[in-house]
Design a binder for this molecule. Structure first.
Ligand SMILES: Cc1c2[nH]c(c1CCC(=O)O)Cc1[nH]c(c(CCC(=O)O)c1C)Cc1[nH]c(c(CCC(=O)O)c1C)Cc1[nH]c(c(C)c1CCC(=O)O)C2
Length: 371
């Protein structure tokens, strides 16, 4: 798909912020914005299994658009899918158990189980449903906001494939790292190669920006992070961008979200990512100092603030935008996904407040530059 196959974009704030260009207002979107906190999503979910929604482009388009229709204040849409579609494409079965989350009936137990994974994955075929959903959604958006694509990062996906679902301490996947380092690297590299092809395919289908989720980055020590996460997320941004260039596709901005990996901030800012997404344990002023304006920062309100009063939400948003304090290189988001029991009215309050405060701060910064 080429740019001319889609309606022209009317709001490019987030793309400009990602590229380091000034914005007249701070852009905002919410991780997991399409999901269970919305009654309209729960209604679709009552009729269809989770992965059926992912695999049916018309349903994926419908739920991707639900938050965009409800909140005209959102500055981006994110394609409805899941990070676990990659383990599925590699041949592992994954189910989504209501109220429990993902479950792998036959996870990888020892390296011998890697023989159960496909030796080569036809990404174009196995994940064609994601690409179709992206193209359909991009058209249905009618240029209202940019469409984001995403993938899980290799370490987080490896951990799910070995733990077989959620886990408190990741001891099974860490056993691999400390007993079978060679095979662990082999698995991480295999995932990396598939992820790169998958992300390029998303851009070809119409994704305008990409986010990589290393949701379990913070479970690793700084040293293990540099051995088992960093080399692979680094490869992903450089190889995705060089492949996009070779294939004459748009070189879209890329975001890295390593939850809990505060120690890696400076290193991450020297890779070829455009945006670093921060969790709420990181102080904005510290993040700005450490990353030195080399990247755009995204985040980082504690998702639980959305359970607070209107005053608390407003106070936190104001403090956060003032601390990131710029009309450049900043995208508002939560520090992790929105929680399923949040009241959608509080999301509205949050988004409206971001618009209001974002405009004020941008004006103030502009004014102080003119003086
Ligand atoms: C770790 C991870 C997963 N999936 C994802 C991550 C990385 C982000 C993060 O750290 O939160 C990413 C994801 N999952 C989903 C999206 C869709 C787009 C969006 O709105 O952000 C995205 C970007 C839909 C989803 N993925 C899931 C749901 C709910 C499933 C349901 O309806 O039963 C949705 C809407 C299920 C899911 N999928 C996963 C878990 C652990 C769960 C269960 C717990 C939970 O819901 O948070 C794996």
């Amino acid at each position: 798909m080429g740019e001319t196959d889609f309606p022209p974009l009317k709001n490019d704030l987030i793309l400009r912020a990602a590229r380091g260009e000034p914005t007249e207002r701070t852009p905002v979107w919410i991780m997991r914005q399409a999901g269970r906190y919305l009654p309209e999503f729960r209604q679709v979910r009552e009729q269809h299994d989770f992965f059926t929604i992912c695999r049916t482009p018309s349903l994926a388009t419908l739920v991707t658009l639900q938050p965009i229709d409800r909140y005209p204040t959102l500055d981006a849409a994110i394609i409805f899918s899941d990070i676990l579609v990659i383990p599925q494409a590699l041949g592992l079965e994954v189910e989504m158990l209501p109220g429990k989350g993902p479950h792998f009936p036959s996870p990888l137990v020892t390296p011998a189980d890697m023989a159960r994974l496909k030796s080569s994955v036809d990404v174009e075929k196995e994940l064609s449903y994601v690409f179709e959903a992206i193209t359909m959604t991009r058209k249905a958006l009618e240029g209202r906001v940019p469409l984001l694509g995403f993938s899980g990062a290799p370490w987080t996906l490896m951990a799910y494939m070995i733990e077989g679902g959620g886990s408190n301490n990741l001891h099974k996947s860490k056993t691999w790292l400390y007993r079978y380092p060679v095979e662990s690297h082999e698995l991480l590299q295999k995932l990396t190669d598939v992820i790169i092809e998958y992300l390029v395919g998303q851009v070809k289908a119409g994704a305008q920006m990409l986010q990589i989720f290393e949701s379990w980055g913070g479970e690793l020590s700084p040293q293990d992070f540099s051995t088992y996460s960093l080399p692979y997320i680094s490869q992903i941004s450089t190889r995705v961008k060089s492949t996009l260039q070779t294939q004459s596709l748009p070189i879209v901005p890329m975001t890295i979200f390593c939850k809990g990996s505060w120690y890696a901030l400076q290193t991450l800012s020297n890779l070829s990512y455009d945006v670093i997404s921060l969790d709420w344990t990181i102080d904005p002023v510290h993040a700005k100092q450490v990353t030195g304006g080399r990247v755009t920062l995204q985040g980082n309100m504690d998702p639980s603030i959305l359970y607070g009063t209107e005053e608390k939400i407003k106070e936190t948003v104001t403090g956060m935008i003032e601390a990131f304090g710029s009309n450049k290189r900043y995208i508002v988001n939560l520090g992790h996904g929105i929680l399923p029991t949040v009241d959608p009215e509080n999301v509205k309050i949050f988004l409206e407040c971001v618009h209001e405060v974002g405009r004020e701060v941008a004006k103030r910064v502009e004014g102080s530059h003119k003086k």
